[in-house]
Design a protein around this ligand. Structure first.
Ligand code: AMP
Length: 297
């Protein structure tokens, strides 16, 4: 199929910045809108939903696959993070991706590099205290990827709600000419949020993993019943985790404002309920946004 003077053909593998820039520049010159989906690979239906949205929006679709070392702490799971390049490549091809940019760590962080993008207060909430430096690594790599891809629009998942809010802030604060689209969180049939890290769970831990979603639902139901004590809601949520996952360690269960990530001041119209637990060394996050109808007079 011809689009302007670019012939749409097989997906291009771009292992270098130069190769990615060249292919994307040709599409841009042909008048295409450039859509970008940054990922760390081990692709699942959540990632594919972002790609589908990007394609449905009519974009020339660029996916990056890069396990970014600067967003992992020294005691985190960088070395055992799932890497499934062949399957990822095939999934991108099936989904109709135009360019897969899969650089090496040396390509992204050549010797001598030292510049970082440091987010502000938003990075102190939720996951921030448990993953020092994580969002600085995320902002740095996303800023660099944006400079390579120069997307018109970039797609992020609500699965990483805090990340999406921080990226929006960064794009505004640094006047980056990119539109950010946040896409819905995709779950497994039983409700577990899809995550590349789910592949690291033992069958026993997979069975307990649902405790986090159950806890979020407990919080949502309490809010919708009109409960206005944050303390009581969080106690009920903690209890739900303990009941359903005896061996889980809770990093946090929080009710925050979806935009500022400040603690929710109830009653209020919208609350982001977010949590992180650890099961056998695998860290899982999940969240729900709750719209609370105003009480009828
Ligand atoms: P990751 O590969 O984990 O860095 O994720 C890449 C992108 O996919 C991020 O924008 C994530 O928020 C998004 N994503 C990951 N899991 C899901 C999911 N279950 N539903 C929707 N988006 C997701």
């Amino acid at each position: 199929m011809a689009h302007g003077n670019v012939i749409l053909s097989a997906m291009l593998d771009a292992p270098t910045i130069a190769a990615a820039r060249k292919a994307i520049a040709a599409a841009r010159a042909a008048g295409r809108t450039i859509g970008f989906v940054p990922t760390m690979g081990a692709l699942h239906a959540g990632h594919v939903s972002l790609i589908d949205r990007c394609r449905a929006d009519g974009c020339f679709t660029v996916v990056s696959i890069f396990v970014n070392p600067t967003q992992f702490g020294p005691n985190e799971d960088l070395s055992r993070y799932p890497r499934t390049w062949e399957a990822d490549r095939a999934a991108c091809d099936r989904a109709g991706v135009d360019v897969v940019f899969a650089p090496t760590a040396e390509e992204m962080y050549p010797p001598g590099e030292q510049t970082r993008v440091r987010p502000g207060r938003l990075a102190d909430a939720l996951c921030g205290p448990f993953r020092p430096g994580h969002f600085e690594g995320v902002c740095t790599v996303v800023a660099k990827l944006f400079n390579i891809v120069l997307p018109d629009v970039a797609y992020f998942g609500q699965k990483d709600a805090q990340q999406a809010v921080i990226i929006r802030r960064m794009v505004n604060d640094l006047a980056m000419p990119v539109r950010i689209v946040t896409c819905p969180l995709i779950r497994d049939a039983d409700g577990l949020a899809l995550s590349s890290r789910n592949a690291l769970l033992t069958p026993a831990d997979r069975a307990q993993a649902l405790a986090l979603y159950r806890a979020l639902c407990t919080g949502r139901d309490a809010l919708l019943r009109g409960e206005t004590s944050v303390g009581r809601i969080i106690a009920a949520m903690r209890n739900a985790v303990v009941q359903n996952a005896g061996s889980a360690a809770i990093d946090y269960l929080s009710l925050v404002d979806p935009e500022t990530l400040e603690p929710a001041a109830l009653p209020c119209p919208r609350v982001l309920i977010a949590g992180a637990i650890r099961l056998g060394g695998v860290r899982l996050i999940d969240n729900l946004t709750v719209e609370i109808p105003s009480p009828t007079p």
